[in-house]
Ligand binder design. Structure first.
Ligand code: DX5
Ligand code: ZN
Length: 224
């Protein structure tokens, strides 16, 4: 199965959001990634369920995955709202969940795929007990909060170690998603390390070419 691209709308022009999402989807991006920030867990604020609901029809019409990354304290409070808004995946940070197993169950009860995400300094060991219950793991390759940051180089080794954990446990159905600082130059090493979904905001919406050209450049780097 091919490696997928998740276009992060954080770097899009919000005055033309629908149009830009549509363009990314027309180019074949498999996921649309929505970064939800609360100004507490991360030092920035972004969007809520309302924006997820607004882009849902466009994403659904394209048969793509609406991938919601919650960077908020007490994410369990808002899971039903994001599910109703049309999220296909909801991913929570292990750093924000005191009862992670309950939160993951709660996501699945809404008929939504459940993901867990780790900050750069959070150990893969925190996944040990929850792996059997999740559909995806999102590794942060920057500190969450902002787009346009530089890829933390040690992430490649962390991706490789997670790939090994998943393969060893025969959990190959779990998507290994990587988020932050991804560009055509580092895509080959990230793919070689074992990622299956690449989140990219800046390289898609603020790259040197059009959205179509930028996605094509990422795709070419995946196949390199
Ligand atoms: C960062 C977000 C990312 C962000 C990645 O907190 O989780 O999804 O949009 O953006 P780039 O591609 O600009 O690093
Ligand atoms: Zn994200």
């Amino acid at each position: 199965m091919g490696v997928k691209i998740a276009a992060s709308i954080l770097a899009a022009d919000f005055a033309r959001l629908g149009e830009q999402v549509q363009t990314a989807l027309a180019t074949g991006t498999e996921y649309i990634h929505v970064d939800v920030m609360d100004g507490h867990f991360v030092p920035n604020m972004t969007v809520g369920p309302f924006i997820v609901a607004a882009i849902k029809p466009i994403v659904q019409a394209a048969g793509a995955v609406l991938d919601v990354h919650l960077m908020i304290e007490k994410p369990e409070r808002l899971i039903p709202e994001f599910a109703q808004a049309g999220a296909d995946n909801i991913t929570v940070h292990v750093e924000t969940c005191r009862h992670l197993h309950r939160t993951i169950q709660h996501i699945k009860e809404q008929g939504v795929k459940a993901g867990v995400t780790l900050n750069p300094a959070t150990s893969l060991g925190t996944l040990e007990e929850i792996l059997p219950y999740v559909d995806l793991v999102l590794l942060m390759s920057v500190n969450p909060g902002f787009g346009g940051q530089t890829y933390i180089q040690s992430s490649t080794n962390k991706i490789a170690r997670l790939r090994h954990m998943l393969d060893e446990r025969r959990m190959v159905h779990i998507e290994l998603e990587v988020d932050g600082g991804i560009h055509p130059g580092n895509v080959p090493e990230i793919v070689r390390a074992g990622a299956t979904v690449l989140v990219s905001g800046t390289s898609v919406f603020r790259g040197s070419g059009s959205i179509q050209e930028n996605i094509a450049a990422l795709r070419a780097a995946i196949d390199r």
